[in-house]
Design a protein around this ligand. Structure first.
Ligand SMILES: [Zn+2]
Length: 264
């Protein structure tokens, strides 16, 4: 029995929830500073309104937000509810990884990508960009971790299938419509996701992300009468589909094969 096995599974899940909330706290810094290309390390966190540095004791994920009643201690300005939400979501995702994959090396490879996925989602919603500072290291990481998880061939084909199909789609869209439909950030994202997940799962992400995006777009058009060409960021749907692929990918592929009559 290894030392890992002496700690019960639920305790690992609990630890990863706490760790995830701490990472979520740092993710909030990234979400605020990456689009402006600011340093992530300096200056230390301060109130966006009055610039008062935040005391370490007021920087405890979720708890500080609740204790301060969602207001800055110095100027009493409301703190965005985004902060605790990002912390809780990152915590839940990292707990979910350990719940699914256990205390394994595999888990660690999946844990590492959870904060970046949350950061990408928030930055794309707010600024309609996916920063190169995440996707370019993501491609390198995807190829390394993907090779370990599925073998280098699957990882490399996933990279080519993901990045290549989006590159082609963007090119076709640009030529037929004369406007840019898909940003370079989406292309680099799906290349990284393909490298990390392998070619089978990147297909799940492409189909799933497109389906989710189309459903949301149709809903948005009928509810809010959004103009057809209003750009809805694609990143959040790709991230959601990536998460579905990680947590339920094999089940989704089985469902599809059964529905298509290719598997009993
Ligand atoms: Zn303040």
């Amino acid at each position: 029995m290894s030392a890992f096995e002496l700690v019960p599974q639920w305790l690992w899940v609990f630890f990863s929830m706490i760790l995830g909330m701490l990472f979520g706290s740092f993710s909030n810094v990234c979400i605020a500073r990456m689009p402006e290309n600011e340093s992530l390390a300096y200056p230390p966190s301060n109130c966006p309104k009055c610039n008062t540095p935040i005391r370490p004791t007021d920087n405890i994920p979720v708890l500080s937000y609740l204790l301060l009643g969602g207001k800055c201690r110095a100027c009493k300005e409301s703190i965005s509810v985004q902060y605790p939400i990002v912390e809780i979501v990152t915590g839940l995702l990292m707990a979910g990884v350990v719940f699914k994959f256990g205390a394994t090396l595999e888990s660690i490879l999946y844990l590492i990508i959870m904060p970046p996925l949350v950061i990408i989602t928030m930055i794309d919603i707010k600024h309609q960009i996916i920063p190169d500072r995440i996707t370019l290291p993501g491609i390198v990481y995807g190829l390394a971790a993907g090779s370990w998880l599925h073998g280098w061939a699957d990882s490399l084909i996933g990279f080519v299938v993901g990045g290549g199909s989006f590159l082609l789609l963007a090119e076709v869209y640009q030529r037929t419509r004369g406007v840019q439909g898909m940003g370079g950030g989406d292309i680099k994202y799906i290349a990284a996701a393909g490298a990390f997940l392998g070619w089978q799962q990147v297909l799940v992400v492409i189909f799933g992300g497109s389906l989710l995006g189309a459903l949301f777009g149709a809903l948005g058009m009928s509810v809010k009468r959004i103009k057809f060409l209003t750009r809805i960021p694609f990143g959040p749907f790709l991230v959601l589909a990536t998460l579905l692929s990680i947590f339920f990918g094999n089940e989704l592929i089985d469902l599809y094969l059964e529905a298509a009559g290719m598997k009993q």
